[in-house]
Design a binder for this molecule. Structure first.
Ligand code: NAG
Ligand code: NAG
Ligand code: NAG
Length: 314
């Protein structure tokens, strides 16, 4: 179970790759697609379903799914799935499962809702904490102090100075995403945008094309933050600084995954100054003032490769 359609697609791609070798049949089902098609597919034997909560519940309630042999439930981004956004849906899903089942929760944060859920459903669970490993490792974080009206100019300067392979730029609203994407295009840089108010089909296409490297920059709202992992992204820019540490972590965590290096640049206005310090403290991380020149070895991977070779020869 995953909270967004994009994540469902990404996870299913990997799952399909891996399951080739064990002959498992994988199905992905999310809102915004034909329910009828899903029902047809589910009648063939399926071993693994990757789903968003709304659609799978729908199938369960229609008695389409036969859950009595489904003995494993995995919640990815559990903190999100157990948040108000999916109020009570997971309780319902679990009510369809057999008594003897295993539940696995994966989460970057550990809020009270996750703890309560654990106490309610998990018997003698193992807890594994890899947060020190994950999170912001490999990502060098900077801030630039700017006025609101200087932001686009500042972004233009960053584009001209940085060696961007692919970048993701975050804004705080749908309108600002569209406006900024327009500005960036006018500045002469290639740019896509994605936000929650676009049709699912459109979102999928943008996501797919960006992933395939058809465009260098992507402007988006927080729709896009969770668990999305595009290794070619080496620069993340918070055009609008987030208010919550959790949002920050999900946005920035992106570029540093799997040892890939990246930088994060935060445009900070006077109004953001307290949020900056608070988030730094909450995450126990350092966000440094942006230097005149950013060392390429921090985020450009040819350098990373050279380093590796050097280490090997040593
Ligand atoms: C699904 O099955 C249950 C139990 O067999 C039954 O009570 C319920 O009415 C069925 N729902 C639908 C929509 O067919
Ligand atoms: C988004 O950022 C702009 C500029 O900093 C600000 O004026 C606006 O109030 C913010 N909107 C939200 C929803 O936080
Ligand atoms: C740079 O991005 C392209 C796609 O845009 C990708 O194919 C390539 O692997 C990326 N390079 C690195 C070093 O990540």
């Amino acid at each position: 179970m995953v909270p967004t359609r994009e994540l469902a697609l990404q996870t299913s791609q990997i799952c399909i790759e891996v399951s080739k070798y064990i002959g498992a049949r994988v199905m992905v089902t999310t809102g915004g697609t034909s329910l009828k098609d899903d029902i047809m597919r589910i009648y063939e034997n399926v071993h693994i379903i990757i789903a968003t909560p709304g659609r799978i519940l729908d199938l369960m309630e229609k008695n389409v799914t036969q859950m009595d042999r489904c003995n494993m439930l995995i919640l990815d981004e559990a903190d999100k799935l157990l948040s108000q956004d999916f109020k009570g849906m997971l309780d319902k899903v679990i009510s369809y499962l057999p008594k003897e089942r295993q539940i696995l929760l994966y989460s970057a944060t550990f809020p009270l809702t996750v703890e309560q859920f654990m106490r309610k459903y998990l018997k003698g669970p193992y807890e594994i904490n890899l947060m020190d490993e994950l999170t912001l490792k490999g990502v060098t974080q900077y801030y630039a102090f700017v006025q609101e009206r200087q932001k686009v100019h500042c972004l233009n300067t960053l584009f001209s100075k940085l060696q961007i392979n692919q970048s993701i730029i975050f804004c705080n609203s749908t309108q600002r995403v569209e406006l900024l994407a327009k500005k960036i295009t006018e500045l002469g840089y290639s740019c896509y945008y994605i936000h929650a108010k676009m049709s699912q089909q459109h979102r999928n296409r943008v996501f797919h094309d960006f992933r395939a490297g058809l465009c260098r920059n992507l402007v988006c709202s927080d729709l896009f933050t969770r668990g999305i992992d595009i290794q070619a992204v080496n620069v993340v820019i918070n055009f609008d600084f987030p208010k919550m540490a959790e949002t920050y972590l999900h946005r920035i965590g992106r570029s540093g995954r799997f040892g890939h290096l990246g930088i994060a640049i935060n445009l900070i206005t006077y109004d953001d100054r307290f949020a900056l310090h608070r988030i730094e403290q909450e995450l126990g991380t350092e966000i440094k003032p942006i230097p005149k020149v950013i060392d390429k070895s921090l985020y450009v991977s040819e350098f990373q490769l050279e380093d590796d070779v050097e280490n090997v020869s040593k």
